[in-house]
Design a protein around this ligand. Structure first.
Ligand code: UDX
Length: 460
């Protein structure tokens, strides 16, 4: 037994979350089997590398496999036989009416149920609608082998708060671990799985980084996940609304955010104004929580406002370009950054997609550069450059959409010499505005003293 009290862990689904959970649980001393049914992805994982970009993950995968603690398989029977705690990490993409699509969860639950021959704790890390623990229990029960008792397993909710780009660190050094379930033994078993992280007793653990363990019931745990993401998304929309007001009154939103963030009740985090949030979680989770409210006859006023402001940001950026480049048709626009945020190759719900589409529809000639993303399925004709400087050749406007470190510190004198026009739109408020202006370029941020675009609502 590798970690006291836990006889093996399996992780069902090897996406962003599952692969990180598997690699990190092996790193803290567990014997872990990861399950992946896609053969191409499975082969990659078995060879010790991930099929997506996540800093620090490949090293952990390789170390886990070399130590013999970590393996990957497509065989549920094998995974179930080698584990007593099962982390369910399959994807829940957006489904109908705002509710997440739980097709993969249902399929995985059935495979788990059929392969259940001994006691197990099933841990839901997939973001599922509130109340899914009960539904999952019934689904597993309905396919259990005949000779197995119904109480052979328990379901515990354990929401994940991993951010792409820092997921390994977020898993190993979390601020809190939330476990929700009514079966105390099952909750304790999952807590035991996290013991090396709770105590920070694994190699590399930091005693000051001990997280808080929150134990509660399942519905509360499921709601905590949605509420956390909805709050962060709303915080971003809040500062983006303030940014627009800043434009009307000639204030600088970066300074406003800094000063209000010094109040610990507010905190400076997630107060970067710009083109708004993207990614696979915020949009989906805010919509799912709003859908839950609506399903109960409640009007989710703040959640809807947060979503509207976020859409409006993308629109506002296009309006800025329309205002300066007249006509927009035929203008050459260079997009810096395609990923929904730095240090990831993920473009799900990336502002760059909506903005590139809107600009192309309006006749602009759009090209892009991103350190990791070289093509986007939604934009098959989008041309990408090999570096930022070739990208800006003959451009009328340069637009920052993802604040990669290598893009923050561009040589703006060089950029100015290559451009045809002089407009720089800083969609992430990440450039040093004075350096841009010193190079003779026209700086336009999001709420940094620039001239506001006249409001005009438009449906994308
Ligand atoms: C998020 C949550 O942070 C994580 O806890 C959850 O479990 C999964 O969803 P992630 O989507 O990886 O993580 O990215 P995050 O770093 O939270 O950023 C989300 C989006 O908000 C990005 O598009 C980012 O650019 C944007 N953002 C973030 C801002 O526009 N301003 C900010 O101040 C912070």
């Amino acid at each position: 037994m590798a970690v006291q009290g836990v006889n093996g862990i399996s992780v069902i689904g090897s996406g962003y979350v599952g692969t990180v959970v598997a690699a990190c649980m092996a790193a803290v001393g567990h014997d872990v089997v990861g399950v992946e049914i896609n053969q191409e992805k499975l082969a990659k994982l078995q060879s010790g590398s991930s099929y997506f970009y996540e800093p620090g993950l490949d090293a952990r995968l390789r170390a886990g496999i070399e130590s013999g603690r970590l393996s990957f398989t497509d065989d549920f029977e094998e995974a179930m036989a080698k584990s007593e705690v099962v982390f369910l990490c399959v994807d829940t993409p957006p489904g109908e009416n705002g509710h997440p699509d739980v097709t993969s969860v249902t399929a995985a639950a059935k495979s788990i149920g059929k392969a259940m021959h001994s006691p197990h704790v099933i841990v839901t890390k997939s973001t599922v609608p509130v109340g899914s623990g009960n539904w999952l229990t019934s689904t597993i029960e309905s396919v259990l082998p005949d000779d197995v008792d119904l109480d052979v397993f328990s379901v515990v909710s354990n929401p994940e708060f991993l951010r792409e780009g820092s997921a390994v660190n977020d898993f190993l050094y979390p601020e809190r671990i939330v476990l929700g379930g009514d079966d105390l033994d099952a909750v304790n078993k999952v807590a035991a799985s996290y013991r090396p992280i709770l105590d920070q007793s694994f190699p590399g653990g930091t005693i000051d980084a001990k997280p808080t363990l929150v134990t509660t019931d399942r519905s509360t745990a499921e709601t905590i996940k949605y509420a956390a993401n909805a709050f962060l998304a709303t915080k971003i929309s809040f500062i983006n609304e303030i940014a627009e007001i800043c434009e009307w009154v000639d204030a600088d939103v970066n300074e406003v955010a800094h000063a209000i963030g010094l109040d610990s009740r507010i905190s400076a985090k997630f107060l970067n104004a710009g083109v708004g949030w993207g990614g696979s979680c915020f949009g989906k989770d805010v919509e799912a929580l709003a859908a839950t409210a609506r399903a109960h006859g409640q009007e989710p006023l703040i959640l809807e406002a947060a979503q509207r402001v976020n859409q409006h940001q993308r629109h506002r950026l296009v309006r800025k370009l329309q205002q300066h480049l007249r006509p927009l048709r035929g203008s050459r626009i260079a997009l810096l950054g395609l990923a929904f945020k730095p240090n990831t190759d993920d473009t799900r719900d990336a502002p760059a997609i909506t903005i590139a589409q809107a600009l192309t529809e309006r006749g602009a000639i759009v090209r892009a550069y991103d350190p990791l993303v070289k093509q986007i399925p939604e934009l098959p004709n989008l041309q990408t450059a090999t570096d930022p400087y070739t990208l800006v050749e003959q451009a009328d406007a340069v637009v920052l959409l993802t604040e990669w470190d290598e893009l923050r510190d561009l040589d703006f004198i060089d950029v100015a010499g290559r451009m045809r026009g002089n407009l720089v739109v800083d969609g992430r408020n990440a450039f040093d505005a004075s350096r841009v202006r010193e190079a003779g370029l026209l700086y336009e941020g999001m709420g940094r003293g620039s001239v506001p675009a006249p409001p005009r609502d438009e449906v994308w």
